[in-house]
Design a protein around this ligand. Structure first.
Ligand code: PMT
Length: 221
């Protein structure tokens, strides 16, 4: 068969959760298992792309043929991505990145004392927005995880972060995070496609094909 649009293309991805240290033994995390991102990484690799996967802590094995860079915090994920973003054709942000980190993580384990404890939080950099704002950005694909108003929030993120595509999923009440099945509503300027509920492995293949098609269309102008 003729080589597809992803053959030999360098794809940089993020997947999984991030961990924001509170003290040496505790962190703020989230429910991302990495399943969606790893399935997409495997599918993009299967379509001939050279995939680098910057991953937060997960229990998953690295898909064969994919290069994994393991990170913990959003700051580490940001640094690992920005160091490689100008050298890729396509960037996909599937990670659930903490929007805030603890302002001053304790250097020693926090002892149980008062009845209440207040943690000061500060904003993390937005990895996806920073890649899309590069002078010559790669073809940039974001995810949107929403509990309500999926379409409105997703299309707003597409415009605000200047993305080429966004894949939106419903989360909460046992959807999106952790589970094996998912559904996506994918938007780009001038089009959209619904990928109905199916195993994340199959959804990864369908999304990888759609990314390939839109990437090819972007090159055609
Ligand atoms: O890992 P699983 O258990 O399989 O679950 C899959 C998933 C639900 C985590 C995945 O499908 C998903 O939706 N990932 C994105 C989760 C998310 O954080 O969405 P968001 O709407 O908060 O962020 C929007 C986009 O900006 C995402 O592409 C995110 O990676 C990116 N982002 C967000 C904040 C930040 N500081 N940097 C980022 O790059």
């Amino acid at each position: 068969p003729a080589a597809g649009p992803l053959q030999g293309r360098r794809v940089l991805m993020t997947a999984g959760p991030t961990r924001e240290a509170i003290d040496p033994v505790r962190f703020i995390g989230n429910r991302s298992s990495g399943k969606m991102g790893y399935a997409l990484a495997a599918a993009l690799g299967g379509l001939g792309a050279e995939v680098i996967l910057v991953s937060g802590p997960t229990a998953l094995a690295c898909p064969s043929g994919v290069e994994r860079i393991a990170v913990e915090s959003a700051a580490q994920m940001h640094a690992a991505v920005m160091a490689r973003a100008s050298d890729c054709h396509i960037f996909v942000a599937a990670a659930a990145v903490a929007d805030y980190r603890v302002e001053r993580p304790a250097v020693a384990k926090i002892k149980k004392q008062a009845e209440t404890l207040t943690l000061g939080l500060v904003r993390n950099p937005d990895i996806l927005a920073d890649v899309a704002a590069l002078p010559q950005p790669p073809f940039t694909v974001g995810f949107a995880a929403e509990t309500h108003d999926l379409e409105a929030h997703a299309t707003a993120k597409l415009e605000r972060k200047r993305l080429d595509m966004i894949a939106a999923n419903h989360v909460g009440d046992g959807a999106g995070f952790e589970v094996d099945d998912n559904a996506l509503l994918v938007f780009w300027r001038g089009g959209q496609q619904r990928l109905p509920t199916m195993p994340k492995a199959s959804l990864g293949v369908a999304l990888a094909q759609l990314i390939g098609a839109r990437y090819a269309a972007s090159l055609a102008g």
